[in-house]
Design a protein around this ligand. Structure first.
Ligand code: NI
Length: 197
C-alpha cells in the first residue's frame, strides 16, 4: 500500500523515533513492505518511518538508481545494485574519513536540493528484517543514503545541516512546501504551516 509522505513542517520529522520491540511482528513487516512501495512510487532511494507518520527507528534504502552514473566504476555499480536494505533500531557506531559534499534531496522536501557535507565511511549496528543484529561498514553513496535516513530517525532533516545563510535563503520555499504550494507526483500530507517543536 502506498502511504502519504509527510511534508516539511510536520512535527514528527523533528522527533526521535522509538525503538521497535518486535521486528518480526506482522505490523512491522507490513510497514516495511508499504515503505518500499511508497519509496519506489516516489522514485526515492531511501525512506524513513517518520516520513510516513510513524515515529519509529526504521528506514529502508535502495540506491540502485545511482548505479546509472557513468563516472562510477564497475565495483561501485554492482554494490549499488545490491544495496536494497532494511535498518531496524540502527546505531551509527563510527564515522570516519574526510568530509565530502553531495547534493541531497528528500521526499519530504520536494524540489529542494542542497549540498551537505558528511564523512565517507560509517559503521552501523542494526537489525535486519529477519531479526538478525548485524554490524556492517558502508562507504560512498550507500553510506550517504544511510546517513540521510539515519538523521530522519534521529529527528534531523538535511536542511537543518545547512549554513545559517542557506537556511535564510530557503525559508520562503520551505514555508510554501509546508502549505502544500509545491508540485509533487506522489501522495503527500502537508501540515499547513511549519510546526517545529
Ligand atoms: Ni529525507
Amino acid at each position: 500500500m502506498i502511504l502519504p509522505i509527510v511534508a516539511y513542517g510536520t512535527s514528527i520529522l523533528w522527533k526521535r523515533g522509538k525503538e521497535i520491540e518486535n521486528p518480526l511482528s506482522d505490523e512491522v513487516q507490513k510497514l516495511i513492505d508499504d515503505m518500499f512501495e511508497t519509496m519506489y512510487n516516489a522514485s526515492g532511494v531511501g525512506l524513513a518511518a517518520p516520513q510516513v507518520d510513524r515515529s519509529l527507528r526504521l528506514f529502508v534504502i535502495d540506491p540502485a538508481p545511482f548505479a546509472e552514473w557513468d563516472e562510477l566504476g564497475e565495483t561501485d555499480k554492482k554494490s549499488l545494485l545490491n544495496a536494497k536494505k532494511v535498518f531496524i533500531n540502527p546505531l551509527i557506531i563510527n564515522e570516519e574519513g574526510e568530509e565530502w559534499t553531495f547534493e541531497e534531496g528528500c521526499l519530504s522536501i520536494p524540489a529542494i536540493h542542497e549540498k551537505v557535507n558528511r564523512k565517507p565511511v560509517i559503521t552501523m549496528e542494526y537489525t535486519d528484517r529477519e531479526g538478525n543484529r548485524l554490524t556492517e561498514t558502508f562507504d560512498g553513496l550507500i553510506a550517504r543514503v544511510i546517513q540521510h535516513e539515519y538523521d530522519h530517525v534521529e529527528g534531523i532533516l538535511f536542511t537543518d545541516r545547512l549554513s545559517p545563510l542557506k537556511k535564510r535563503l530557503l525559508k520562503r520555499k520551505l514555508e510554501k512546501i509546508a502549505k502544500g504550494q509545491v508540485r509533487v507526483d506522489y501522495p503527500m500530507k502537508f501540515p499547513g504551516k511549519i510546526r517545529r517543536p
